[in-house]
Every structure is written in C-alpha cells, then in structure tokens.
Design a protein around this ligand. Sequence first.
Ligand code: HEC
Ligand code: HEC
Ligand code: HEC
Ligand code: HEC
Ligand code: HEC
Length: 460
Amino acid sequence: MKKIISIKSISLLIALLSPILLYKDLHSSEQTKHYELSQFISPETCGGCHTQIYEQWQGSMHNLSSDDIIFNEIANAGLVGLNAKDEIEEAEHCQTCHTPVGYITGFPRKTSDDRTKIAPIAKQGIQCDYCHSITGAYSIYNAQFNYSPGNGEDDPGVKRGPFKDSDSDYHKSEFSKFHTKSELCGTCHDVKHITSGVWLETTYQEWKQSIYNKQGVQCQDCHMYQRPEYPSTGSTKRVKNPGTAAEGSVERDHIFTHYFVGGNMTIPAQSKEISKMAEERLKHSVDIKIDSQVEVKQQHKADGKNIKSQNSEENRIIIRITNNGAGHEIPTGVSNIRQVWLKVIVKDSKGDVIYKTGVLDEKGYLPPNTIIYSTIFGDGKGNRVDNLAKAREIISDRRLKPMQERVEKIDIGDFQGKITVEASLLYSGLPQNVADSIKGLNGMKIPVVVMKDVKQVVER
Ligand code: HEC
Ligand code: HEC
Ligand code: HEC
Ligand code: HEC
Ligand code: HEC
C-alpha cells in the first residue's frame, strides 16, 4: 500500500512538473531556433501596398537601428579594453535588438561581426515583416519573442495586426492582441545586462508602474497616433487618424502611424519630418511652475571651538517640475546618454544676473553643478562607468517619473527687492562631449530642445 502511494505521488509530481519542464524546453528551443533570411520579405515589398506606412517607417529610428552611427560607434568603443568574460559577452550582445532579422537568421550574432557582410534586408533594422511575424514573447525583455514568419515573397504566410476582419489577396491576416499592447514594445524596450543582471533600460517597467497602465493607455496610443501637428502625448489629445491601411483597402477610423517618434534628432539619416515631430513631442512632455515667494531658511551654524554661533539665511527659490506627457520616466531608454537638465537664470530688479545654473559653455558642454535628470551606472564598487558592459549597479537615478511633481529648491543667496526667475527644462539626445568623440557625426552640434520655459517674479 505504502509503495503504491509513493508511486502515485511521484507520478503526480511528474504530472505537476511537466508543464514547467515543457515550458523550459520551449525556452531553450526558441532561443536557439533558427530562421532563414529568405523567409523574410523586404519592407519595399510591403510598401508596394502599404505606401503611407512604409514612408513613415522609412525615416524612423526603427529602420535606422542597425546603421545608426551613434549606436555603432558606441557599441564598437564598448568592445575596447574589456578583460572580464561576462563583460565581453554583454558587449557582443547588441545586434539582438538593433539588427534583429540578422540576429535571428544567424548573422550578425555579435557586435564585432563584419558589418560589410550583413545582408541588405537585415540592415533595415526593425522592420515590417519582423514585427508582423511576432506571435508573442516568453519574457518581456531582451527581445525574447516567438515568431512565425512565412516563406518569402511567394508564400508570405500570416501577417498579424490590429484588425479582426482584415482581408488581403497577398497574405493571410490575423488579429493579434499582443500587437495592441505595450508588451510588444516592452520586449525590446526593457534591456537587462545578460550577465550582471542590471537593468540597463526599463521603459516598459516604468510604464507598467505608471498611471497610464492603470488607464489602459499603451505605448501605441502615444507613439502610433503621432503625425505632424498631433504630438499625441499624455498632455495632449490623441486624435484618431482615419484612412486606409493599404492602397484601395477599406476606410477605417484609425490607422496606426509608424513614425515611432522619440527624442532623437541627431541621426542625419533620420527624416526631417521625424526630427520636427520629435521636437513637437518633447515640447508637450513637461510642465514647470515657480513659486512666487522664496523659502527663507534660517541656518544656525555653531562653531565648536569659540563657542560662538552665527545666524545665516538661505533664500531658496522653489521650482516644481512635472512629467505630464511621457508614459515613462524622462528621459527613458538609454538614459545614461540622454541629457535632460534644468536651466535657471535669476535677475535682480536692475536686470543683472545674480544666479545661474545649467547654461552651456561655448563648446556646448554643461557646467559641473548642473541639475541633471539621468541614470548613473557603477562598477559594483561605487565607481561610475560609461561603458554599460561594465555595469554592475545603478549608482543614482534622478529621472522624472510620470505625473509626479519634482520639487527643486535652489539657494540663490542674498538679494534686495523683487527678482525675476527664468527656468527651463532642456533636452539633448547626446552630451556634446560624447558627440565630439563620435567620428561619424563630423563635429555636429547636437540640437538642444527647450521642452518648457517659464518666467516668474519672486519676492521674499
Ligand atoms: C516595431 C514593430 C513594427 C514595425 C517595425 C512595423 N509595424 Fe506595422 N504595426 C505594428 C503594431 C504594434 C501595429 C498595431 C498597433 C495597435 O493595434 O495598437 C501595426 C499596425 C500595422 C498595420 C495595420 C494598419 C494600421 O496601421 O493600423 C499594417 C498594415 C502594418 N502595421 C504594416 C506595416 C508595414 C508595411 C511596416 C513596414 C513599413 C510595418 N507595419 C512596420 C508594429 C510594427
Ligand atoms: C499586394 C498588396 C499587399 C502587400 C504586398 C502587403 N500587404 Fe499587408 N495588407 C494588404 C491589404 C489590402 C490589407 C487589408 C487592410 C485592411 O484590412 O484594412 C493588409 C493588411 C495587413 C495587416 C493587418 C492585419 C490585421 O489583421 O490587422 C498587416 C499587419 C499587414 N498587412 C502587414 C504586411 C506586411 C508586413 C507586408 C510585407 C511583408 C504586407 N502586409 C504586404 C495588402 C498587402
Ligand atoms: C526588435 C526590438 C524592438 C521592438 C519590438 C520595438 N522597438 Fe522601438 N526601438 C528599438 C531600438 C533598438 C531602437 C533604437 C534605435 C536607435 O536609436 O539606434 C528603438 C527606437 C524607438 C523609438 C525612438 C527613440 C528615439 O530616441 O527617438 C521609439 C519612439 C520606439 N522605439 C518606440 C517603440 C514602440 C512604441 C514599439 C512598439 C509598437 C517599439 N518601439 C517596438 C527596438 C525595438
Ligand atoms: C502617455 C504617452 C506615452 C506613452 C503611453 C508612452 N510614451 Fe514614450 N514618449 C512619450 C513622450 C512625450 C516622449 C518624449 C519625452 C521623452 O523623451 O521621454 C516619449 C519618448 C519615448 C522614447 C524616447 C526617449 C528618449 O528620450 O530617447 C522612447 C524610446 C519611448 N518613448 C518608448 C515608449 C515605449 C516603449 C512605451 C510603452 C512601454 C512608451 N514609450 C509609452 C509619451 C509616451
Ligand atoms: C534588448 C534590446 C537591446 C539590446 C540588446 C541593445 N539595445 Fe541599444 N537600444 C535599445 C532600445 C529599445 C533603444 C532605444 C531607446 C532610446 O531611444 O532611448 C536603444 C538605443 C540605443 C542607443 C541610442 C542610439 C541613438 O541614436 O541615440 C545606443 C547608443 C545603444 N542603444 C547602444 C547599444 C549597445 C552598445 C548595445 C550592446 C551593448 C545595445 N544597445 C544593445 C534596445 C537594445
């Protein structure tokens, strides 16, 4: 009797475990599963019918993700001077998301692979047939997708998208809930160091913790509604874009746009239209308010030796900043290289500047005491690292969380009468000193966008 029970319980255990085992198996088989390059159809073929969508995507950072000079030079520089095996592994891991069709079809697998050997279709970055062949994901980070592509132009297979009644003579269509949700985007827009486990990019997690998730506002609702003059952020209306998805197909009340606008305005190959939309987007991202009174704080400094004490005053201007436009922190993504900072200029009643911070010097560099919103990574011993392959910890993260007020108190010293405070929040896709080290940018001056500026008369 005892024996039977134990056999029973063993088989029960196996029965309970088998879905887990199966699941594990799926994991490893998907990670090593190989697709053929010939299975993927070029964006130009899709663009033959989906003309507008193709034109929007063509100038986007998704098309440019593999050829992007900033990405390539930073990735190549990241390979130099590494000794630790785990750091090298991470530094070699960049193509997974930046050249995804190449990566899943076998070349390039590594950052150091010869770029001249990359097939033309793979160089077209994050493209139509890649996204529309995705069937789901098994972990929402590091591009851990499942795919089901067709077999090339003559047998295009199923294209997955937002419509339940879509009909095309060319390819089969299927409704995919996954494509309507943030998880599709988040599977690439959350990046984890493959050996140290440090989160390098967390746009999806930031969104998940935000009010937008609770309200059901997906990445697509802000990023695939934007078109010229419709920034479609959290602080604007997100107006529908009626039209047709393909030449001559049925009219629909919303066609998702494919510009994928972020903050990037630096890549020369990016379309002018998209740079302009990036500016429109950034200008609808934040709000700033300045209190009309300074906060006076008495400081009591006691000098231990002379048993004398001294009273002094701090006059603090109070600036309140709210990220009211982005569904994630500002900046997000590669927030170690994005530059968002507070510029403040205080003038006395005569118009003379009595205090300033965040003013770029003639080279375009920021002074050291600037209030910057960014993430700083460390080597695990508290030392800052710029090469993220070496990241073993986050030293500080001072970014602006969605819909949360950030209060900055700045001591401006003594003053008489009324003062005028000008405060602005600025954005630059790349610090000028980093840009100056990137050969392909040819000494380009990185555009700086004033996200918001305000002026306020302040008194004591
Ligand atoms: C980064 C992934 C991605 C890429 C690259 C991409 N799409 Fe899409 N596409 C989507 C998503 C997501 C939707 C649906 C959004 C939703 O329902 O919320 C969509 C919707 C569509 C639709 C349905 C009509 C519409 O726009 O709503 C068509 C057709 C389409 N895409 C074609 C293309 C073509 C052609 C290309 C290449 C030029 C392309 N897509 C590139 C993700 C992508
Ligand atoms: C010969 C013309 C033609 C070509 C080429 C073509 N499509 Fe389509 N596609 C259509 C038509 C027509 C529709 C239906 C549009 C509608 O339902 O509003 C469609 C619908 C879609 C949809 C929506 C599916 C859904 O259920 O939501 C997606 C996604 C899509 N195509 C992607 C692609 C991709 C990716 C390529 C290239 C690999 C491509 N198409 C090539 C004509 C074409
Ligand atoms: C295959 C991985 C992948 C998927 C899926 C993906 N992205 Fe991206 N996305 C990237 C990469 C990589 C870049 C950066 C390219 C570069 O700058 O070189 C990028 C860039 C962007 C940018 C431009 C950022 C800037 O600074 O201007 C936006 C916006 C964006 N993605 C939004 C989305 C949205 C929304 C979705 C889902 C509909 C999505 N992405 C799906 C990998 C992906
Ligand atoms: C409520 C609207 C909203 C939602 C939802 C939203 N975004 Fe954004 N996104 C913005 C705004 C506004 C900006 C410009 C400010 C900035 O750069 O952060 C932006 C910028 C970006 C950038 C460029 C960041 C940079 O500075 O380089 C990326 C990448 C991006 N979003 C991806 C995503 C992804 C992925 C999701 C979903 C997980 C998402 N966004 C959800 C509004 C939104
Ligand atoms: C899991 C996906 C993923 C992997 C792996 C990945 N990236 Fe990215 N990368 C992204 C996304 C998403 C963005 C867009 C975020 C943004 O614009 O802020 C991006 C943007 C960038 C940018 C900004 C480009 C520009 O034009 O401003 C650089 C630089 C970059 N990545 C470098 C790297 C390097 C170096 C590696 C390898 C060590 C790497 N990435 C690996 C997803 C990935």
